[in-house]
Design a protein around this ligand. Structure first.
Ligand SMILES: [Fe+2]
Length: 559
């Protein structure tokens, strides 16, 4: 059975193809369109998914869409009525589109030539399915948490085999995601895009505004909460915050304004309140389910800083966070929901996320020739790895482009820029290459077998393959990992094992050469760009920056 999953028209549009319960292709539209967080209909991503399996649209049995459009329209309409006349202008502007929202989706899918059934899966069911059905757990508690789906913003669930049962929910306008995004906007950052900047900034501040935030968010012991809407603007559709909000938290930062202590304190404060709600909710979820397994999904589940504390702050023993926890991953969830819950098919094994486009040596060599670059082609993987690890050990920064590109927001060693994790100045160099703010931290990719020696992980063989947790760096390793230890002593980590053989071999060789089992890993893109998709885009970024070397498939280019 072949199912095409689609997410579109909000942010991070994506397509995924499932064959007999196995995810065989998945990619965000932005990788092809080159529009970051592209929210259009994912024509190119669908085309890629089908072509990668030599299929045509007529070979697809079902399409699964990641939300229920009519419910979403209902929320827009009710919200308009509740906020009239303030919301009149934005409503009139957006209304014609909303009126035929469902028709627009259906006709986009039908125009592909698709004639079979389309399933519209509720948004939080899509998130819940994306994490649980892709996990190795037979039974689990699930928390879904994001800005907003149709109505729902938080979901507490219990799952067993093919059954996913809702237990409790919180609906719009009470949303932890929108609370975090309100502070993101107030900080002069982009909503739905720069929330992780706020998370990075939090380490530099003290949560001295946390009580003020609590004065406008009523938090109950079970983690449920209500926003005092007098202070927020997102329902009226103009700004996330309003003048009353600015009276409490000060004037919003303009994009070009320097970041000062107050901003860091605000970031630390909203992070602290978010964690308070997060852990209260999770503890309540544990009481409701009694399960020691936890699956997490939805945009808020990408808050790696909060995730790293789950093991200490809650009784959950095993935590699985789907790497594409945001809305692109909901396309996977919608398709798995149809396969496993509606069609009752057997669940498959958990999968890695190297599900995007691949380029063979011919395509890579053609690109290198087009750019007139001098290159060396290695005829054995061992020699290639020796060379790349040798460069890293000498402090060189390399662009690393291999195999299928990663689905989800993180580069996991197939479209990455890599370097040694020390000295501290390496961070500055890398931030200059990436053209991004100096306060932002970098992640580390570490051999899974060594992770407990470097980080305060909950268990010896801890797995974090999708970079969804931050953990404290062990004191005796802080100088070894000087360029990736954040101001608060934590680091976002990716544990690497045989799942990504070439990347694993690279870090293993680097370990042999340097006695350090970890490299600094950042996504292969420059500020404002989606992660590179083709060899040409990788070469362009390499030539524009001070990267020292580029490793594309079996080819090495030295600058
Ligand atoms: Fe979502």
């Amino acid at each position: 059975m072949t199912i095409l999953g689609i997410s579109a028209y909000y942010h991070d549009s994506a397509a995924v193809l499932i064959e007999d319960g196995k995810i065989v292709a998945a990619i965000e539209e932005e990788r092809f369109s080159r529009i970051k967080h592209d929210n259009g209909f994912p024509h190119k991503a669908i085309d890629f998914c089908l072509k990668s399996r030599d299929l045509e649209i007529k070979d697809v049995d079902y399409v699964a869409y990641y939300e229920k459009p009519l419910l979403k329209f209902e929320r827009i309409l009710e919200n308009f009525i509740a906020t009239f006349p303030l919301s009149l202008q934005p409503f009139l502007k957006g209304m014609p589109e909303w009126l035929d929202y469902k028709i627009k989706i259906e006709s986009s899918i039908r125009r592909l030539g698709f004639k079979n059934k389309i399933f519209f899966v509720p948004h939080h069911y899509s998130h819940a399915s994306a994490c649980f059905l892709n996990s190795s757990f037979k039974e689990s508690a699930i928390l879904t948490i994001d800005g907003v789906g149709e109505w729902q913003t938080t979901g507490l669930w219990k799952a067993n085999n093919n059954k996913i049962t809702p237990l409790k929910r919180i609906d719009f306008p009470n949303s932890l995601g929108l609370l975090y995004s309100t502070f993101t906007a107030h900080m002069g950052f982009k909503v739905n895009e720069d929330e992780y900047k706020l998370m990075g900034l939090a380490a530099y501040g003290k949560p001295i505004y946390a009580d003020k935030i609590r004065s406008i968010v009523d938090i109950k012991p079970d983690g449920s909460f209500r926003l005092n809407l007098k202070y927020f603007g997102f329902r009226e559709g103009f700004r996330m915050y309003n003048n009353r909000f600015e009276k409490i938290f000060g004037k919003a930062r303009s994009k070009k304004e320097r970041i000062v202590r107050r901003h860091a304190d605000l970031a630390a404060s909203v992070q602290s309140v978010t964690e308070d709600i997060y852990f209260k909710t999770l503890n309540h979820l544990f009481e409701l389910t009694g399960s020691s397994n936890l699956c997490l999904s939805g945009g808020v589940a990408l808050n790696a800083l909060a995730n790293g504390k789950i093991y200490k702050k809650t009784p959950f023993k095993n935590v699985y966070i789907f790497g594409a926890a945001g809305d692109s991953g909901a396309a996977v969830g919608a398709a798995l929901y149809v396969n496993n819950v509606i069609m009752k098919k057997r669940r498959n094994q958990p999968q890695n996320l190297y599900l995007g486009s691949k380029y063979d040596n011919n395509a890579i060599e053609d690109a290198l020739l087009r750019y007139n670059l001098k290159f060396i082609k290695y005829d054995s993987e061992r020699k290639l790895i020796d060379r790349a690890a040798g460069l890293l050990s000498k402090g060189k920064i390399i662009g690393w482009f291999q195999g299928g590109c990663e689905f989800g927001p993180r580069a996991l060693g197939n479209r990455s820029i890599l370097s040694k994790p020390n000295p501290k100045s390496m961070k500055k160099k890398m931030n200059i290459i990436k053209r991004r703010e100096q306060f932002r931290p970098f992640a580390g990719s570490i051999l899974q077998s060594e992770v407990h020696k470097y980080f305060e992980v909950p268990e010896k063989n801890h797995q974090s393959p999708f970079m969804t947790f931050c953990f404290k760096v062990k004191k005796d390793k802080s100088s070894t990992l000087a360029s990736i230890v954040h101001k608060d002593g934590t680091c976002r980590i990716q544990t690497v094992n045989h799942d990504n053989g070439r990347y694993f071999n690279l870090i293993k060789k680097f370990f042999e050469l340097t006695k350090i089992a970890c490299v600094m890993n950042t996504s292969f893109n420059l500020k404002g760009e989606p992660i590179v998709e083709t060899p040409d885009q990788a070469i362009e970024d390499f030539l524009k920056t001070r990267m020292d070397a580029l490793v594309l498939g079996d080819y090495v280019v030295i600058k």
